[in-house]
Design a protein. Structure first.
Ligand code: LAN
Length: 730
């Protein structure tokens, strides 16, 4: 591909719908909140020139120069950062596409359609282009994520999305997609979320949707299954879903949705027994089969509770309370919402409750585009409203590991990055933290922007480390933008994040039993009902606390030490017998292994004094490929076993190098071979090409982190040079 962009899944350009003029797209960023605009005139284009970053995002020629050939690790790291720094956005952060999941655009497009919101031509064209480009090259379907096999969920949702945006049912690509969909059994074999969205659209009937009773939100807090105990993403999706479900709101039938009934469902629509199809699901979609218990609960809800027992005042009260919670979520995030699933659903809830002219619905409509992103294939929907804080915090640390924080050429770049982190620290609690079940957040960082405003354990940690790295830099070259009290606020948040196990989860300590997984009704995802301990998140917190201690040793010293030692016990206990750790947010063992070994290094455990570190190193050394690199596929995440990738991956190779360096692994030659591979894959202008997808969530869905191909090679090269010197490797 061009410009570090992945090979398109489909390169058959003749079949693409239409094209916009890529030179007219601009990314507007307001304190990190991104909106892509399509400029209408040459005049406007002249006033607002296209930036290098915008060109790079869309796979256009950036014109960035060839750099002096790198022979040593530090030269390679600097070339990499030189290129990467050209992609920094004016607010000081880095942006990127954050695609992968293939179930997000349809929710947005269905929401636009049923609320009769006009879709700009430019957007409709590029969304269609993206979806066509991501169609499975052999069977014409779509999977749960861009690398996945075709499923009912992916195929039925994206097919619908294309039709709503004007794609023709006779288009050969659509015909092929339909064949695959029918082979998989059609829409009635879809998972819960597909059945829900298609019922909203009026293509299926609500009887096919497993019950989402809003009255669950009326349960007292002590009840073990009360929604406040669920993983935040599940409860925040369930919230508007239960509202819409309870209202049984669906779009009136029209010609297009009548046609969709015939296209998506092989059976004659009029004769379908929808109730009987609530639990039919294709094997491709059934990653987490529903338990017997859950099916029994659904049966009781659908046949007894809702039709016969539930008093109507209770339905009313539940809807009112759910609406109150939705409105608080909207208020607290300034309509950005927690994520790309509840965003469109909250929009629809506001439309249903308050109508098309309400300020609330209108504000949603103007905020939703913050999820959209342009790449070389077209327009996608990001998995969050961006990766701003996360990538920026890592970029600072990688630059530091490569000695670039002392390089006067990069001080302005990094100072800007620091000011971005300062701006993005969450300043205060929400207005009703207890009633909305929010975790303490004052002083924390989230993953994307402070407007979204959800504290994450590891994002707070990386943010804090990024700030400390620069503010305590021995050169004194960086201003103190975040005063000590605010650093202490961040520590206070981190200290709330530990589970009794010693481990840390993502947004909150775990609030419910893992047995809640018996009620996991989404079918397509695993481990979603509650928070779990993650070696990645735990390590980020441990290393942040560790770093902070040397900066402000008196602050909550005993709390911090106790936290660290419990966390380290968790890291030790979660190692598998083969020496590895399972990763939940990056693929997979390579990702978690790097974190775990960083934790252990923090505790003074290295190859020469720790059997478990030796086991971890050999787990990796045994898997080094002939070219010096490492590669595992996303199947590792699904299966829980190492699945070898046929090709080594730059990002994963960098993770393993970091792991081995943290461990002080004595096989330095293995590390050098890996670094040579990383250096050979670097292009003359300093960049690396996009390879396989890097990230994951919920075991089954992959997600892209395109900036990792800069951040981690730079970090690995820099760490090596610091330990073993900067001799030429090439
Ligand atoms: C993310 C992205 C970042 C990620 C890390 C910080 C890397 C991780 O260490 C902690 C968890 C977190 C914050 C995370 C949680 C789940 C997210 C938000 C995502 C993987 C990005 C997309 C995903 C979200 C759930 C997607 C919407 C899908 C649903 C099933 C609701």
């Amino acid at each position: 591909g061009v410009n570090g962009v992945a090979k398109p899944r489909n390169s058959d350009r003749s079949l693409r719908a239409d094209k916009t003029d890529r030179t007219r797209w601009r990314l507007h960023s307001d304190r990190g909140c991104h909106i892509w605009h399509y400029l209408q005139s040459d005049e406007e284009c002249k006033k607002w020139p296209q930036s290098t970053a915008e060109k790079w995002y869309m796979g256009m020629d950036t014109g960035l120069p060839e750099l002096p050939r790198a022979r040593t690790p530090l030269q390679a790291a600097e070339n990499g950062f030189n290129f990467f720094s050209k992609l920094q956005l004016p607010s000081g952060h880095w942006g990127c596409e954050y695609g992968g999941p293939m179930f997000l655009l349809p929710g947005l497009v269905i929401t636009w359609y049923v609320t009769e919101t006009p879709v700009p031509e430019s957007h409709a064209i590029e969304i269609k282009n993206y979806l066509f480009a991501r169609q499975h090259p052999v069977d014409g379907g779509w999977g749960l994520h861009i690398e996945g096999e075709s499923s009912v969920f992916g195929t039925v949702m994206n097919y619908t999305c294309l039709r709503l945006l004007g794609a023709d049912a006779d288009n050969p690509r659509m015909v092929k997609a339909r064949e695959t969909l029918w082979k998989l059994g059609g829409a009635l074999n879809g998972p819960h979320w597909a059945k829900f969205w298609l019922s909203v659209l009026g293509v299926l009937h609500y009887d096919v949707v497993n019950p989402c009773p809003p009255e669950l939100w009326l349960l007292p807090d002590w009840v073990p299954i009360a929604p406040w105990r669920w993983w935040i993403h599940m409860r925040q999706v369930f919230l508007p879903m239960s509202y819409i479900y309870s209202r049984r709101w669906s779009y009136p039938l029209n010609d297009l949705t009548r046609q969709l009934r015939a296209e998506l469902v092989p059976e004659t629509w009029e004769t379908i027994n929808f109730d009987a199809r609530r639990n039919t699901i294709a094997p491709t979609d059934n990653y987490h089969p529903k338990t017997l218990l859950l099916r029994l609960v659904f049966w009781l809800l659908a046949w007894i509770w809702i039709p016969l027992l539930r008093p109507s005042w209770m339905k009313q009260r539940a809807e009112d309370h759910v609406w109150w919670l939705i409105n608080e979520e909207d208020h607290n995030t300034d309509y950005a919402n927690l994520g790309p699933v509840n965003g469109p659903m909250n929009t629809l809830a506001a439309y249903i409750r308050l109508g098309p002219d309400s300020k609330e619905f209108r504000t949603h409509l103007s905020t939703l585009p913050e999820f959209l992103w342009m790449n070389h294939e077209g327009m996608m929907m990001n998995g969050t409203n961006g990766v701003q804080v996360w990538d920026t915090a890592f970029a600072i640390q990688a630059a530091h590991d490569a000695g670039l924080t002392s390089n006067s050429k990069y001080i302005p770049v990094l100072t800007k990055a620091l000011s971005f982190l300062e701006d993005q620290q969450i300043p205060a609690e929400v207005r009703h933290p207890n009633e909305t079940y929010r975790q303490q957040r004052k002083g924390s960082w989230g993953f994307s922007t402070q407007k979204q405003g959800y504290a994450v354990s590891d994002c707070t940690s990386e943010g804090l480390k990024g700030v400390l790295t620069l503010q305590t830099h021995p050169s004194g070259a960086y201003p103190t933008l975040v005063p000590q009290q605010r650093l202490r606020d961040a520590i206070d948040v981190l200290l709330t994040m530990q589970n009794p196990s010693g481990g840390c989860a993502s947004y909150e300590p775990t609030r419910g039993s893992t047995k809640l997984e018996w009620l996991n009704a989404a079918e397509v995802f695993g481990n979603i009902m509650v928070e779990y301990d993650y070696p990645e998140c735990t390590t980020a917190v441990v290393t942040a606390l560790h770093m902070y201690q040397s900066h402000d040793p008196s602050y909550r010293a005993s709390d911090i030490s106790a936290f660290k030692s419990r966390a380290l016990d968790y890291i030790r206990a979660s190692q598998r017998p083969d020496g590895s750790w399972y990763g939940s947010w990056g693929i997979c063992f390579t990702y978690a292994g790097w974190f775990a070994l960083e934790s252990l290094a923090c505790a003074g455990e290295f190859y020469d004094n720790s059997a478990r570190v030796r086991r971890a190193c050999h787990f990796f050394l045994d898997k080094q490929m002939d070219d010096g690199g490492w590669g595992e596929t996303y199947k590792s995440c699904e299966t829980g076993r190492w699945c070898q990738h046929p090709e080594s991956q730059v990002v994963q190779t960098a993770w393993v190098v970091i792991a081995l360096l943290e461990a002080k692994c004595p096989d330095v030659e293995a590390i050098r071979r890996a670094l040579r591979l990383i250096m050979q894959r670097q292009r003359g202008n300093g960049e690396w090409a996009q390879e396989g997808i890097e990230g994951v969530f919920n075991k089954s869905c992959m997600i892209s982190y395109p900036n990792y191909k800069f951040i981690f090679p730079i970090k690995a090269l820099g760490m090596y040079a610091r330990m073993y010197g900067d001799e030429a490797l090439l």
